[in-house]
Design a protein around this ligand. Structure first.
Ligand SMILES: [Zn+2]
Ligand SMILES: [Zn+2]
Length: 206
């Protein structure tokens, strides 16, 4: 089998992403209308979430369903020792935290700076919701945004001859991790992707 598909980027597949609804864990969809600029990451896009099972909806582009990490990095107000604190990941950021200085032992309230946390499972890049199409292969996560993405990836993995097709910096294939490209993982990867596809089709036809 020969792989001669165009050099699509991952973003190309991101306009409709299947996710696990944060409320009911059934299949939901993150739909995004991309703007003119999509590299290195999309800006000026419009994104929304919808779950047809529990009717949860979100039209706010700035919403983040994933976790946040809070950070305090500043000098102690009494002795000047650097305070460097990182909170546990949380979905509900709070304003302040009381921290004791390691040197002078005085406790003061500091305000936290919040940023989006990395989580150990794949999420959609717009709203941070766990992807529906994810499967573990040899302790690593293989994931896809939707069926089109899955089939594209499977065609590449299954192919013994892989045409280059002017792969650019942002092409999906060029950015795949090495273990996905290894010939010795081919069979297992194809099997996992087949199973994932069957599970999804079953779920959608329920
Ligand atoms: Zn739901
Ligand atoms: Zn101090």
């Amino acid at each position: 089998m020969r792989f001669d598909q165009p050099a699509y980027s991952t973003v190309h597949f991101s306009e409709e992403i299947l996710v696990k609804c944060p409320a009911c864990t059934e299949t939901g969809t993150v739909k995004t209308r991309l703007g003119q600029y999509i590299y290195p990451r999309p800006i000026h896009y419009a994104t929304s979430f919808n779950c047809s099972n529990c009717n949860l909806k979100n039209d706010d582009d700035q919403e983040w369903f994933g976790y946040y990490i809070g950070r305090v990095k500043r000098a102690c107000g009494f002795c000047g020792t650097m305070i460097d604190y990182t909170s546990k990941p949380t979905k509900e950021p709070y304003e302040d935290v009381n921290l004791e200085c390691g040197t002078c032992k005085r406790e003061i309230e500091y305000s936290l700076q919040w940023s989006r946390a990395k989580v150990p499972y794949p999420v959609d890049p717009y709203l941070g919701i766990a992807l529906w199409l994810q499967v573990e292969v040899k302790g690593k996560q293989l994931w896809c945004y939707n069926l089109e993405h899955l089939r594209y990836l499977r065609e590449y993995v299954a192919a013994k001859v892989r045409e280059d097709n002017n792969r650019h910096k942002y092409s999906l294939i060029r950015n795949l991790p090495g273990w996905v490209k290894l010939a010795r993982n081919r069979k297992q990867l194809v099997r996992k992707l087949n199973k994932l596809e069957i599970n999804l089709l079953k779920t959608l036809n329920k």
